[in-house]
Design a protein around this ligand. Structure first.
Ligand code: MLT
Length: 204
């Protein structure tokens, strides 16, 4: 997958896996990564699917209606890519924390829904429920931050609550931060994610 990798200044720091929204690139969330943990390594990845020229991480049939077969295929593709990227860049595969926005948050949630150990934790900005009707792996203790909008036109508050309870049902430790700026990722939401990260993973 097309990507950018920047090793961090701290040996043991996590690798922040940056997953952009529809139409984004592997570099979009680099400023967010330096807000969250300036010493971390970063792996920004570009989605392999194009929708009218806009990169995405999986196909959709309409807004909010996902192509589930493609979602499963692309989730495995990203999971396998993380194994390869860890081997070729020499980082610890068990130390990957996803930071995703919108479509990128949805594929990160799908990694959590499909694989027990793909992510050490996740920051999900405006995610949806990626898939329904599948058993989730054991996510005991996996920390997840969700940034949500009370008036998000793409993901309703009810869907945020559904995602939270599915993740908590699998044992994840979820914190939801609510704002009222629709689907936007605001600076205050990013700051709340950074504060959560510091509380959860320690000194930055
Ligand atoms: C998706 O397709 O993943 C969601 O609708 C969010 C987005 O617009 O990317």
């Amino acid at each position: 997958m097309k990507h950018v990798y920047q090793p961090g200044s701290r040996q043991d720091a996590p690798v922040l896996l940056l997953l952009h929204g529809t139409g984004g690139t592997e570099r979009d969330l680099l400023p967010l990564a330096s807000m969250i943990d300036p010493g971390a390594s970063v792996l920004g990845v570009r989605g392999n699917v194009l929708e009218n020229g806009m990169p995405r991480f999986f196909r959709r049939i309409a807004e909010g209606v996902f192509d589930e077969e493609d979602l499963k295929f692309r989730t495995k593709e990203l999971h396998d890519f993380l194994d390869e990227a860890a081997a070729s860049n020499g980082f610890d595969r068990r130390n990957v924390i996803a930071v995703g926005y919108s479509n990128g948050a949805n594929i990160a949630a799908s990694l959590l829904f499909h694989y027990k150990d793909s992510l050490k934790g996740a920051i999900l900005h405006h995610p949806m429920v990626p898939l329904r009707g599948i058993p989730l792996p054991d996510l005991t203790g996996t920390p997840v931050f969700i940034g949500a909008g009370t008036n998000d036109p793409i993901c309703s508050g009810r869907e945020t609550e559904e995602l939270t309870s599915l993740l908590e049902g699998a044992g994840a430790k979820v914190q939801v931060h609510w704002e009222s700026f629709g689907h936007r990722l605001t600076e205050s939401e990013a700051k709340a994610a950074a504060a959560w990260y510091e509380n959860t993973f320690g000194a930055r």
